[in-house]
Ligand binder design. Structure first.
Ligand SMILES: Nc1ncnc2c1ncn2[C@@H]1O[C@H](COP(=O)(O)OP(=O)(O)OP(=O)(O)O)[C@@H](O)[C@H]1O
Ligand SMILES: Cc1ncc(COP(=O)(O)O)c(N)n1
Length: 286
């Protein structure tokens, strides 16, 4: 899929999230819409799965019929020019196939895939049987944003526990799939939480750019991966440059984690504070 040229949109980017739901608002489509808005985009949403979950875990998943998923996707693309797509929870093989077919047919300008597999709570959000289909989808998007366990599944290797090993896996994934990879270090047991953009696609040498940041001491990290990918899709549509987009989003996410505890939503792993930069009056100490 062609990468964006150095275009900078002069209007509000129209960004579509294709993902599952979180009724407590911290992850999935709800987090995506907040992140897109926080980054100055117009958010749209197609639901792949209705998930009965809260900050403590997942209770059950209801997957709409594939024909209805296709109708949702076509309802958007028949009417709206989509500047960027963010893909989150897909759940099973049939859902991946419908989204894959739609991507090939519609050829959106820019697609960011968060290959959601297991929630922070430990609950599975992707069937084991769908891992091969997920690997196939990676080759059709512009950027994939795995955490360390997802990266391991995508390359078929053990989970990296050291950052240099994760970077090597990201290189192998990028070279094999022909897709840029943003590997996330949130699962490392270190004082920092680094991310890295690896682009070994196209045989034109490899790009490696690291985005460093201190680890914020909070257990309210529910939906960070969802929020990151939706925000990157939005800023990329605006700027046309991965490095600029990821750098801007990383700074915003750092603030969203820093002010997460102010929200007091739920008793488990709560949401991040997507609008921390706008709610100065409502946040003590800002
Ligand atoms: N405690 C933290 N402090 C600072 N940054 C963090 C922290 N935890 C995660 N991050 C950042 O949040 C983003 C998501 O990373 P992570 O590896 O947690 O992805 P994920 O597992 O997909 O997220 P999720 O929690 O939604 O499942 C990355 O930019 C990562 O560096
Ligand atoms: C619908 C949906 N999509 C993604 C996640 C992953 O987010 P997290 O790992 O933070 O629970 C989730 N819990 N629910």
């Amino acid at each position: 899929m062609a990468l964006l040229g150095p275009l900078a949109l002069r209007r509000v980017p129209r960004v579509l999230s294709i993902a599952g739901t979180d009724p407590t608002g911290g992850a999935g489509i709800q987090a995506d819409l907040k992140s897109i808005a926080a980054m100055g985009g117009y958010g749209m949403a197609v639901v792949t799965a209705l998930v009965a979950q809260n900050t403590r875990g997942v209770r059950s998943v209801h997957t709409p019929p594939t024909a209805f998923l296709r109708e949702q996707l076509d309802a958007v693309s028949d009417d709206v020019i989509i500047d960027a797509v963010k893909i989150g929870m897909l759940g099973d093989v049939a859902t991946i196939e419908v989204v894959h077919e739609w991507l090939l047919r519609i050829q959106p300008q820019l697609v960011v895939l968060d290959p959601v597999m297991i929630a922070t709570s430990g609950d599975r959000l992707l069937a084991d049987s769908a891992e091969a289909s997920m690997r196939g989808l990676v080759g059709t998007v512009n950027l994939v944003t795995p955490n360390l366990p997802e990266l391991a599944v995508l390359v078929g290797e053990p989970i990296a526990t050291h950052w240099p090993d994760a970077l090597d896996q990201a290189r192998r994934l990028s070279a094999g799939a022909g897709t840029a990879v943003l590997v996330k270090g949130g699962h490392l047991l270190t004082d920092s939480s680094p991310d890295a953009l690896v682009d070994a696609a196209g045989g034109a040498g490899e790009t490696l750019r690291e985005f460093l940041g201190p680890r914020v001491a909070t257990s309210n990290t529910h939906g960070t991966g969802c929020s990151l990918s939706a925000a990157v899709a939005t800023v990329m549509a605006r700027t046309g440059d991965w490095g600029t987009a990821i750098g801007e989003v990383k700074g915003w996410l750092q603030g969203a984690l820093t002010y997460a505890d102010e929200l007091q939503v739920g008793e488990g792993s709560g949401p991040i504070n997507h609008f921390h930069h706008l709610w100065t009056a409502a946040l003590p100490g800002k």
